[in-house]
Design a protein around this ligand. Sequence first.
Ligand code: SF4
Ligand code: SF4
Length: 690
Amino acid sequence: MLQPIVMSLLVAVTLALFARRVRELVELLRLGAPDDRVPKTVRAWLRKAADEVTVVLGQRKLLQWSIPGVMHSIIFWGFIVLLTTIIQAFGAIYDHSFRLPAIGGNGVLGALQDTFIWLVLLGVLIAFAIRRVQQPGRFRGSHLTQAEIILVWIAAIMVLILGSRAAEAALGNFPYPHGWAYLTWAAAGAFAGQSRGVIRAVETVLLWWHDLLVLGFLIYITYSKHLHILTAVFNVAATSTRPKGALAPMHIDLEEMSETDRLGAAKVTDLSWKALLDGYTCTECGRCQSQCPAWNTGKPLSPKLLVMDIRDDLFAHADALIAAKRKGEQAFQEAYEALHPLNPDVIEDEVIWDCTTCGACVQACPVNIEHIDSIVAMRRNLVMMESRFPREMQSALQAMETTGNPWGQPPQARTEWTRGTSRQEPLQIPHISEAPDAEVLLWVGCAGAYDDRNKHVVYAFAKLMQLAGVRFATLGADENCNGDPARRMGAEYIWQMLARQAIEQLNEHGVRTIVTTCPHCFNTLFNEYPQLGGRYEVIHHTEFLARLVREGRLTPTAARDETITYHDPCYLARHNDLYEGARAVIGAIPMASYKELHRHGHSTFCCGAGGGRMWMEERMGRKVNIERTDEALASASDTLAVGCPFCNIMLSDGITERHADSNMKVRDVAQILLESVEGDGAVASRGESD
Ligand code: SF4
Ligand code: SF4
């Protein structure tokens, strides 16, 4: 009778402590900025349900990493299956012949339990081997001791449950038949020759230790990085339903702002509640860090450490913040004022500016943490409230505000690319107002309009559309920057100003379908303009050209006896899942052989220009574009095909810096196709020399 009473008390105390901690965590989360994550459509709900099944239950993202993924999946699934043994072990304290209702004697369950006991032990061993022997760099900065404590804890629970089951079997009180619970019955052999009294005593000790460890585990995880065991399911459910490439919308009304209002995140509680939940959920696995171009080129930004720093800052002030909030708004405001600013006290400014918003971290994270949202929230504060940003950004921002493009060029120069060169005939392209029957609008983009290298790309694409008989027009000098660099630099108000101007232009001319050679323009027009009411069909030129080739409207004829490789732009492949068009076009070129880069498709590696970094100095570490250039050169291809004006600039510069211009040419997919369609390759050589 004593045992059930003591156990009941222990369970009650544990549950009370657990509930108190959960309440604190929820209260803390509610201090974050509002962020509506409730799906608005049935489709979005279904997507969430599918994510829970694939990401949480199916461990989809973890399984992309073969051995660590399998190891974690075994422990995770083992945790679910072995909940049944945990219930049995607690039930046995109250009733020695306790059985799970309905399934308590089922041989299949017995076999599953036995199998997962040894599989989990194997998983723990593998986890130790990864940490102690392999020591991957992704764990740098993680709390490794905490992880090892939990591993030992899990292993102990497995050994204790196996021992208590074996004792039960030796006593003849085990519900699962021999043939099924093979491990338990084999272990029961260890009790051969022992008296029933001894076996019963051993069973009791093992059961109690097992149950105490489980109760302790329940409390420990709420104070450790293993909190993710509880929160991952909610974090995945709260994942943004925005398109992957779209930043969080932001309401700005400077006239309505009071003195206490803030733009962006100055202090930890200015981050959204989802960003705070991200902190709870980070497993410190370092998968994001291992994919980050900034970290991989020796810069201080690690998306993992960023999330951990936010979480540590929140927890460091948790008691004071919660107590103040319970007292009232004024007390909370005082507690808020006492917080350190996030930048540079918690996270150095340099870390925030190193991000290219490539999305590799978000994609790699097994629990759907959204690093870019937090980084951009801090950038918004630094730019719009503090006016503190890398000095070289100033001219790009000013130019966007005053001339409508980051190059600071006059609007009239936007159409210069149509003139061709001394060896290219000028193209006659109507302004949209003169072409009411245009099928598509060609959005030229600032790089296509003002950067010499990219003027050739837009020229080639426009020429191809003319050859294919596509009726198209442009906004000519009326086009302005879509605002992507400003938005990603944190200058949301400039983005909103530029985006509203562009939407007004597009709507005035009744534009429905847009084609563009720039993935950043594509992403902003397609994924972000709907936030301001601009909805258009937007097609990237690689996809558009693939369609024209498929329909027989363009026929590549001239052979290219060379090897071509293709660099996937982050804003096309990773943020928008578009990577087949370019490959289809290259695949249609006679005799060209294609070689894939080591990191390609969704796993592409950034060129270093995204997130507004095109207009910032790279002061620390190695250059991101050189890292990618070296990978391209290692493919020993003759041509590096690109589908983005920024990648074009960054990788061409990289090739020149590596003195490899005679080994590898950087060409846009449109240029490669035009050379083959025109039949003699003459355009290619002319383009390079012009
Ligand atoms: S978006 Fe890219 S650069 Fe930024 S933190 Fe993530 S992986 Fe690093
Ligand atoms: S943010 Fe995600 S990928 Fe990065 S360490 Fe945390 S759990 Fe792992």
